[in-house]
Design a binder for this molecule. Structure first.
Ligand code: OSB
Ligand code: MG
Length: 368
């Protein structure tokens, strides 16, 4: 394929309610969307970097510069490119996986649209729908938390994930268990907020039959997670630490995690995400689809991946209305606690033109 034009579109999406984690509060989503055109098709990709480098080192402004000044020039210089070769073409750029993923996804989307194949079929999905969980931010009080969780359960979410941090962990988990009972599928996510010395305290979560404890320690402390895994009974899941299939393989090998959260942006794209899936499957480690508060563009692609066979735990892919009053695409809606995987060519959706025009804050066009 030869790329004729790449467009970088910045969008300001207000969130329906503030989302608080151990690393900060998100009130809106400053999203970079990549659109590219070939002779045969257009392709779309969403960059999952947040506005500030708090979840990981990437952030939207930096991602946009890397895409515009490093990745796209290499793509143009390569002439004819395929998604399979994209990794090689940008290999000399270190890191910046979220930026790479956005461009790779747009390329893959264009390629698949041109050949009429859906992303889910291309990736090898075996399901037609994905079990939808919801990630519940840190609240100011326990009664507020119970209200929020109750509303999501009423909306049909079969699995609840609670964000935790020191000072907001055992007590809120105990309150949710006590109030909603033992049948609710429940897990927690610390976003690296704890230290190795908190192991004994985190073992206090063992009493609540959690599906998993996500990323308690620093991104770079994989060995620490292996030590922690020997001191708590709750299965340890890694998110931030898993930046590649190799990282997944090694974390599993040293006993740092029993479960893996897969986010294509975090590992550099859908091709590497599938390799993470395969490495985990080979090791007998279940995976699930994480989320980064994506618009419908990112959500559609995540759903396709989450249809693969080793995605056996409920996802963080919620309905559009959990995040946005008006999604960028046709909204994703829960049916019986699940979301159908798009079936059209490529990622299967495109932005609604009037919504894109209204929320767009900046548009840059790059040509060879
Ligand atoms: O750690 O999984 C995370 C959102 C932004 C950044 C990191 C994370 C999250 C979530 C919400 O937990 C996932 C979602 O609903 O998209
Ligand atoms: Mg997480």
């Amino acid at each position: 394929m030869k790329i004729n034009v790449v467009e970088l579109i910045r969008i300001d999406m207000p969130l329906v309610s503030p989302f608080r984690t151990s690393f900060g509060v998100e009130t809106g989503r400053d999203v970079l969307v990549v659109r590219l055109e070939t002779d045969d098709a257009q392709g779309w990709g969403e960059c999952v970097a947040l506005a500030d480098p708090l979840y990981s080192s990437e952030y939207t402004d930096a991602a946009q510069r890397v895409v515009a000044e490093q990745l796209v020039p290499r793509l143009f210089a390569a002439g004819e490119v395929t998604t399979a070769r994209f990794g090689e073409v940008v290999a000399s750029v270190r890191g910046h996986r979220m930026a790479k993923s956005a461009v790779e996804t747009a390329l893959l989307d264009a390629e698949l649209r041109a050949s009429g194949v859906s992303l889910s079929r291309y990736l090898g999905a075996i399901s037609t729908e994905v079990v939808s969980g919801v990630s519940v931010g840190i609240q100011d009080t326990i009664p507020e938390l119970l209200d929020v969780v109750g509303a999501y359960l009423d909306a049909g979410y079969p699995r609840i994930k609670l964000k935790i941090e020191p000072g907001w962990d055992v007590t809120p988990v105990a309150a949710v268990r006590e109030h909603f009972g033992d049948d609710v599928l429940l897990q927690v996510d610390a976003n690296s907020a704890y230290r190795r010395s908190d192991a004994r305290h985190l073992a206090g979560l063992d009493a609540f039959d959690l599906l998993l404890l996500e990323q308690p320690l620093d991104e770079e402390d994989v060995v620490g997670h292996a030590g922690l895994a020997r001191m708590v009974r709750t299965p340890i899941c890694l998110d931030e630490s898993i930046v590649s299939a190799r990282a997944a393989y090694e974390a599993i090998r040293i006993g740092a995690c029993a479960v893996v959260n897969i986010k294509p942006g975090r590992v550099g794209g859908y091709l590497e995400a599938r390799r993470v899936h395969d490495a985990c499957a080979a090791a007998g480690v279940p995976v699930w689809a994480g989320g980064m508060l994506e618009t419908g563009i990112g959500r559609a692609a995540n759903l396709a991946l989450a249809g693969l066979s080793n995605f056996t735990l409920p996802s963080d892919i919620s309905g559009s209305d959990r995040y946005y009053a008006q999604d960028l695409t046709e909204p994703f809606v829960l049916i019986d606690g699940r979301i159908p995987i798009p079936t059209g060519p490529g990622i299967g959706v495109i932005p609604l033109p009037e919504v894109l025009a209204e929320l767009c804050t900046c548009r840059t066009t790059l040509t060879p």
